[in-house]
Design a protein around this ligand. Structure first.
Ligand code: NBP
Length: 469
């Protein structure tokens, strides 16, 4: 009898199964296409105690009761299909853990449906890609605490280990785990886009080679910007295509794909009324990139006249570093505010500093700046958008001139900076006591009698702006 079952042997499932087995647990695996199970056992399993099964019944029967089954299949319908296939063989008290990137509302539904059948369910965000899955991912499990307790020991062992402990914690009730993973990915989109915009400026304005940009990125990675995404970016800059000897990044088509988590983050933020412009603009940037043919066609129609300016390259690099830090900080702050709001609305009961702690290792957005963000949150847990702290304001004000300069410079050279600019605009909006929303209210009242409130007296008002007959 094996201790853990795992279904879905694509990149994530294979590596997670090996990780679990290497921590001393016996694992049963199953994959819809049997051939993959065979290949996995032959090619990757050495001394690990992993057994493959080719039908779901014998897979379930190979597990110790109460059974603990991790699903690492494609999000969406495949998860429901697998649950339906498992159900005839499961018993009350068994546990299913969905480790995929499932939409949090699907997870809530599944938790409810399975609870009625006496089956426990955890929705667990897993971040770190294939290397993380093998060597230690960041794990974000959510659901009932009872379900978490059943697999806590395994999860804490397979997660990435940092100075502040394993990168796994009980995130909260219901779909809290998948919600936090979704926002993690939304922040990931924003940071990736901000790095790409900074790269674009160095490439097109400073005329740096990928090699030179790699050197700048590596330098930054040794400072405040230290992070997994910075590290892979400098490695990407130096990578040469074997066939052509050219920098591979220069040969990659500029159409960014997406699987949905970034879009869901923005959609949810709109639903909950929480401003996340940097996260949303990162999704828009990917969508815009996809219209390659139109972009190429239109670029031929626009005559661009570039300013004749002499730039102090070292100063521009320092400004770019500051602008990136500004954007990273504000992206995290938007995402955390969204998690906080969701925690209240859906009664997740999420501990935000704990979320930041488990993002410190294993995951794609692991970064040095998380320590600083945690310090700010620990000072005042009610400070949900992170800006209401002297430390935050002084950090951002230090970089304000830089991000202003960088975004203006980019515009002079016709370079779009959707995330850098929206990070700046987010900050400027949040620190502005008077926004032009008064005019919006007047317009709404003018054409739709939607009413407005006044600054000089209490009450709800409507004005007959002009006779309608
Ligand atoms: P994929 O997301 O590509 O899914 C492939 C797996 O799903 C295969 O095992 C496939 O079986 C199985 N599957 C499908 Br498709 N439809 C099925 C069905 N109807 N019934 C049973 N199994 C079905 O794999 P992945 O990239 O390893 O990701 C797994 C999960 O982890 C996803 O939710 C993903 O979003 C999430 N995730 C991925 C990463 C990453 O870096 N890739 C990182 C973090 C989280 P088959 O072999 O028979 O087709």
């Amino acid at each position: 009898m094996n201790e853990i079952g795992l279904i879905g042997l694509a990149v994530m499932g294979q590596n997670l199964a090996l990780n679990i087995a290497r921590k001393g647990y016996s694992v049963s695996v199953f994959n819809r296409t049997s051939e993959k199970t065979k290949e996995f056992l032959e090619e990757r399993v050495k001394n690990e105690k992993i057994e493959g099964y080719h039908d779901i019944k014998s897979f379930v029967e190979s597990l110790k009761k109460p059974r603990k089954i991790i699903l690492m299949v494609k999000a969406g319908k495949p998860v429901d299909d697998v649950i339906q296939e498992l159900l005839p063989y499961l018993e009350k008290g068994d546990l299913i853990i969905d480790g995929g990137n499932s939409y949090f509302k699907d997870t809530s539904r599944r938790i409810k449906e399975l609870k009625e059948k006496g089956i426990l369910y955890l929705g667990m965000g897993v971040s770190g890609g294939e290397a993380g899955a093998l060597h230690g991912p960041s794990l974000m499990p959510g659901g009932s605490i009872e379900a978490y307790e059943m697999v806590k020991d395994v999860l804490l062992k397979i997660a990435a280990q940092t100075e502040s402990g394993p990168c796994c914690t009980y995130v909260g009730n219901d779909s809290a785990g998948h919600f936090v993973k979704m926002v993690h990915n939304g922040i990931e989109y924003a940071i990736m886009q901000a790095i790409s915009e900074v790269y674009d400026i160095m490439r097109k304005i400073l005329k740096f080679s990928p090699e030179e940009i790699g050197d700048v990125f590596e330098r930054w990675n040794n400072g405040e910007l230290n992070s997994f995404l910075m590290e892979i970016s400098f490695k990407i800059m130096r990578y040469k295509d074997e066939e052509t000897g050219k920098h591979l990044v220069d040969l990659i088509l500029d159409e960014a794909e997406q699987k949905g988590t970034g879009k869901w983050t923005s959609q949810t933020a709109l639903d909950l009324g929480i401003p996340t412009p940097s996260l949303s603009l990162a999704v828009e940037a990917r969508s815009l990139s996809f219209f390659k043919e139109d972009r190429v066609k239109l670029s031929g129609k626009v005559k661009k006249t570039y300013p004749d300016v002499k730039l102090d390259k070292e100063k521009v690099i320092k400004d770019l570093e500051n602008a990136l830090l500004f954007s990273v900080f504000t992206s995290f702050s938007q995402g955390l505010w969204l998690i906080h709001e969701a925690s209240k609305t859906f009664e997740y009961n999420i501990d935000l500093p704990e979320v930041l702690r488990i993002w410190k290792g294993g995951c794609i957005i692991r970064a040095k700046i998380l320590d600083f963000l945690r310090e700010i949150l620990n000072e005042n847990k009610e400070n949900v958008n992170l800006l209401d702290s002297d430390k935050s304001i002084s950090f951002l004000m230090d970089k304000l001139d830089s991000i202003r300069y960088v975004t203006n410079l980019a515009k002079e050279f016709y370079i779009p900076t959707l995330v850098l600019s929206s990070s700046l605009d987010y900050f400027l909006s949040m620190v502005e006591g008077n926004l032009p929303a008064n005019l919006i209210q007047a317009q709404r009242d003018f054409f739709g009698a939607h009413t407005y409130r006044r600054i000089d007296k209490e009450g709800i008002f409507h004005t007959e702006w002009e006779p309608i007959d």
